[in-house]
Design a binder for this molecule. Structure first.
Ligand code: SF4
Ligand code: SF4
Length: 135
């Protein structure tokens, strides 16, 4: 089993289509919706974690592309601006997954996109605007 976190972008004509249903029932994928911004008639965005065998992930991805759904890796959805970060650690306790962590030797704060679930808690607490998101 492989896991893949991606950002899906739905054109306005597709936001009401049962895309997630087809990923589950037709392609045998587990779909964990981490965040969604969907409004009828507008461009929609969704962060999902897809789980399945490699062949099923490929099939599901091809299906999404055929539907005109944009697929981008999650990395980049949340950006940790290291040059603006002071490693004040305010974001570390609010991060539910440990994606933001502090090195106990250097006291530098780092960000791990693989662990991020795009909850955006860190964006609100950062006093230096060192974390940005497209959501
Ligand atoms: S709250 Fe902002 S400045 Fe402080 S450690 Fe986190 S990202 Fe860096
Ligand atoms: S968005 Fe949430 S999970 Fe991701 S780094 Fe920020 S607090 Fe952690």
């Amino acid at each position: 089993m492989k896991k893949k976190k991606v950002v899906l972008t739905f054109p306005p004509s597709s936001v009401e289509d049962p895309i997630i249903y087809h990923l589950i029932s037709d392609h045998g994928l587990k779909v964990n919706i981490l965040r969604a911004a969907i409004d009828p008639g507008k461009l929609g965005r969704m962060v999902v974690e897809l789980t399945g065998e490699e062949s099923r992930l490929s099939g599901g991805t091809a299906y999404l592309e055929r539907q005109g759904i944009g697929i981008e890796p999650l990395a980049g959805e949340i950006r940790h601006l290291e040059d603006q970060c002071t490693s004040c650690t305010a974001c570390v306790p609010v991060c539910p997954t440990g994606a933001l962590d502090v090195n106990r030797e250097t006291w530098m704060v780092s960000y791990d996109a693989d662990r991020c679930v795009v909850c955006l808690s860190c964006v609100d607490v950062c006093p230096y605007r060192a974390i940005v998101s497209h959501f």
